[in-house]
Design a protein around this ligand. Structure first.
Ligand SMILES: [Zn+2]
Length: 588
């Protein structure tokens, strides 16, 4: 139960009558959770009234005596406590307005825990393989707020609103609080059937495939199905206009505000381009629909299954590169977050860094120039600037372990994809994408962790000894330092032996020859090249693709024969030089 002032806002009706658990026989139990949901959007009240029937199957090896559900709208119930994306003065157009959910679980005892979770007690322990049927009534008060969840300017957006069963991992229910940093969500794929009722004249952008529409006197109800889907979100407005494109079996819909037609149509086209690229690299998009909804998000974009929210401010300049970056990034989340999920709190970098790396691949697909532009302007330059500010450099952390919101952003959005790019560079593009495609196909609708990711690469390419690579670049604060310890020339062959103190990485070298021409060689050290004239100097990693601790020492000269004399012979050389000098002096 709630206590203190929160109780005033969250009315939870505790039903003490205990009904027998509706258990299904194990043999016909659904393996993943089923949600049958009805939602009624009430724009007058700024509320969403709903019911949810949840069939949960115990897939654990132990009996469970309770279930936990998320009640994330309650994260917005108190002033000063809401996980805002932008400052409160910007987020609340008319001052603080609470958001919350009231819940009534039919015929079961339950309690709101930590404000944003609901514990439902089971009458009898749910044995492995058994299923239970939970029925809820709820009412969501939508705040006047620019966010994932809120309403403004005629749009109601409902992201992370519906009660979801928390994942059960390692002997406990995972209950991540809704924090301002990152996307603090973690849920498992489930089977959804959702009916949304909205006033006549309104348009709904939603997760799922519409399969039925029922038109009433002043409302209409659309029923959506969403198989193997880890969350359900929607946005709706009386003002939405719609652009549509077909991509194979998938219908892409873009919902935009009046005056933003160019952006709305372009969003559709960009999403289709991105889907082509990601399907080609990683594997098929497995759903019938994909939608882009213009909302008042307060951030650039937000991913939901089959649906993304994009902030309205970007629709005014849809040909700016940032608009394409947002669409390409959020579409990539359909692969990394949607189909293949991860714990976005404990290992938050996984889906973000993979979405950023996918975006790099998307731009590279459109030409070297734009690929380089994305790499430099959206990954490398911001990361290099951040490093100069002395942030901690550990990527694989939980959201709360990062020193600041900025540090989280630097690690998940910039350094993470740069390290993935180095991995691509180290194992080779084909092997890299084959490994990602295998991860995608093996873990479709599942969850991956960092070990899944690393093991896939280490098993496929054992000779690369990638454990050091992952340890240093994901989990330590140190970076490699690429430095050439020997650059020699002999009989038309130039050899550069670059090394670094912690791991062997492939590297690119650009060599300037005596005749003024340059040659480039790439690979695992030592780098060898046949040259027409004597090499003079070299630059290692000329395109700056390696994230390293010191880039100042990447240039050098080819040593002369004298300089290359092995150390024990050096004194002999010196003595010989002195003798020759003395003899010469005597003669003159
Ligand atoms: Zn993202």
């Amino acid at each position: 139960m709630m206590s203190g002032t929160r109780t005033l806002m969250i009315i939870v009706m505790l039903i003490v009558a205990i009904a027998p658990t509706m258990a299904y026989a194990a043999y016909d139990a659904p393996s993943s959770t089923h949600y049958e949901v009805t939602l009624e959007v009430d724009p007058e009240r700024h509320a969403i009234k709903g019911t949810s029937t949840i069939i949960y199957c115990n897939r654990e090896l132990i009996a469970l005596d309770s279930l936990y559900l998320t009640l994330y709208p309650n994260a917005f119930d108190e002033e000063g406590e809401a996980p805002l994306i932008a400052p409160a003065s910007v987020s609340y157009p008319e001052g603080f307005d609470p958001g919350y959910i009231t819940v009534d679980v039919i015929d079961r005892t339950y309690e709101v825990v930590d404000d944003t979770f609901l514990r439902i007690d089971l009458t009898d322990p749910l044995t492995p393989g058994e299923s239970v049927n939970i029925e809820l009534n709820f009412d969501i008060k939508v705040p006047h707020l620019t966010h994932r969840f809120g309403y403004h300017d005629g749009i109601i957006y409902a992201g992370n609103c519906l009660p979801l069963v928390c994942p059960y991992k390692e002997g406990g229910w995972v209950r991540h609080p809704y924090t301002a940093r990152g996307d603090p969500f973690y849920s498992e794929s489930a089977q959804w059937s959702v009916s949304i009722t909205a006033p006549t004249g309104w348009t709904v952008a939603s997760t799922g495939t519409p399969i039925d529409e029922d038109v009433g006197e002043s409302t209409f109800t659309t029923t959506y199905v969403a198989p193997d889907t880890r969350d359900f979100a929607f946005s709706c407005s009386e003002r939405y206009e719609v652009a549509t494109l077909q991509h194979g079996a998938t219908t892409i819909r873009s919902y935009y505000l009046p005056g933003h037609e160019e952006g709305g149509v372009r969003a559709c086209e960009l999403a289709r381009q991105a889907m082509y690229v990601y399907e080609d690299i990683f594997g098929p998009y497995p759903y019938d629909t994909f939608s882009i909804a213009e909302t008042h998000l307060g951030a650039a974009g937000m991913e939901y299954p089959h649906l993304i929210f994009v902030d309205q401010q970007y629709y005014t300049s849809p040909h700016d590169m940032i608009f394409e970056v947002i669409i390409a990034h959020e579409v990539a989340h359909q692969w990394w977050y949607g189909v293949v999920g991860n714990d976005q709190v404990c290992h938050s970098f996984i889906d973000e860094s993979l979405a950023q790396l996918s975006t790099l691949a998307y731009f590279e697909e459109h030409g070297d120039l734009i690929g380089t532009s994305y790499y430099e302007n959206y990954l490398r330059d911001p990361y290099d600037r951040a490093r100069k500010e002395g942030i901690s450099d550990i990527i694989d952390r939980s959201l709360e372990e990062y020193g600041s919101d900025y540090e989280y952003m630097v690690m998940a959005y910039w350094k993470g994809p740069l390290v993935l790019d180095m991995l691509r560079w180290t194992v080779g593009s084909d092997e890299f994408y084959d490994a990602l495609s295998d991860i995608y196909n093996k873990h479709t609708f599942g969850i991956i962790d960092v070990a899944t990711f690393e093991n896939e690469f280490m098993t496929r390419i054992p000779e690369k000894e990638l454990d050091t690579f992952f340890d240093v670049l994901l989990r330590s604060d140190s970076l490699p330092d690429i430095i050439a310890y020997e650059a020699t020339y002999d009989d038309g062959t130039a050899i550069i032996e670059p090394t670094n103190k912690v791991m062997v990485l492939p590297v690119e070298a650009c060599v300037t020859l005596e005749d003024g021409s340059t040659m480039t060689v790439t690979g695992m050290p030592p780098l060898e090249m046949n040259v027409q004239s004597a090499p003079v100097s070299y630059v290692l990693d000329p395109r700056d693709r390696i994230v390293e601790s010191n880039e100042e020492n990447n240039t050098g000269s080819f040593s002369t024969d004298e300089k290359r004399l092995p150390l024990p012979y050096a004194p002999i050389g010196l003595v010989a030089a002195i003798v020759i000098a003395l003899l010469w002096r005597k003669r003159s």
